[in-house]
Ligand binder design. Structure first.
Ligand code: SF4
Length: 185
């Protein structure tokens, strides 16, 4: 894959402000799956899906709090980081994961309107990446049920995203990052 082809694979098309291919497979991640990121990713690779949007299963109890069956914020952050660790070493140019694609697009200068975000998110250091999280995770008060998990992921992925951004800026292949990471380990 050339640098230009890899860039096309990484940027995709834009949908609702974020890059998302029309034929993306939407995968609901329940709490059980969330606790097994390596297994989940292995099964994803086996499925052959190449464009994937991951949606956490968020359930609330009668009081409006996260239920025990729901994906929990810390587990969600750990899941995203573990999946990202595998993807960035093996599949940057093979599997388009929507969250990773949109995060990279923003590192590369893509912007979206942040005028109407709720007060809880307004001062957040990762707001431009998170944009209040996916709507499926919003609680009745407007806050995102998995906020801590998203914050963890966007902070964790930042150095890798910067490296990918810089490679693409220099018209180099993102595969170079995979090679650098394998040499370092
Ligand atoms: S990480 Fe939390 S506070 Fe920051 S934008 Fe996302 S939901 Fe809002």
């Amino acid at each position: 894959m050339t640098g230009r082809q890899a860039e096309a694979a990484l940027t995709g098309r834009y949908h609702n402000g974020f890059p998302l291919s029309d034929d993306a497979t939407r995968v609901i991640v329940n709490r059980q799956l969330c606790q097994q990121p390596q297994r989940w990713y292995r099964d994803l690779r086996r499925s052959g899906a190449s464009r994937v949007q991951i949606i956490p299963q968020v359930d609330t109890d009668e009081a409006g709090n996260l239920s025990a069956a729901s994906v929990q914020p810390d587990e969600w952050g750990a899941f995203l980081c573990a999946v990202f660790d595998l993807w960035v070493r093996q599949d940057i140019d093979k599997i388009q994961l929507h969250l990773f694609e949109s995060t990279l697009a923003i590192w590369r200068g893509f912007t979206c309107n942040l005028d109407d975000v709720n007060n809880a998110c307004r001062e957040c250091p990762v707001l431009r990446f998170c944009h209040e999280g996916v709507p499926q995770c919003r609680l009745a008060d407007g806050k995102n049920a998995l906020c801590a998990g998203y914050r963890h992921f966007f902070t964790y992925s930042a150095p890798y995203m910067k490296a990918l951004r810089d490679l693409l800026k220099q018209h180099r292949s993102p595969r170079e990052l995979m090679a650098m990471l394998s040499q370092a380990e």
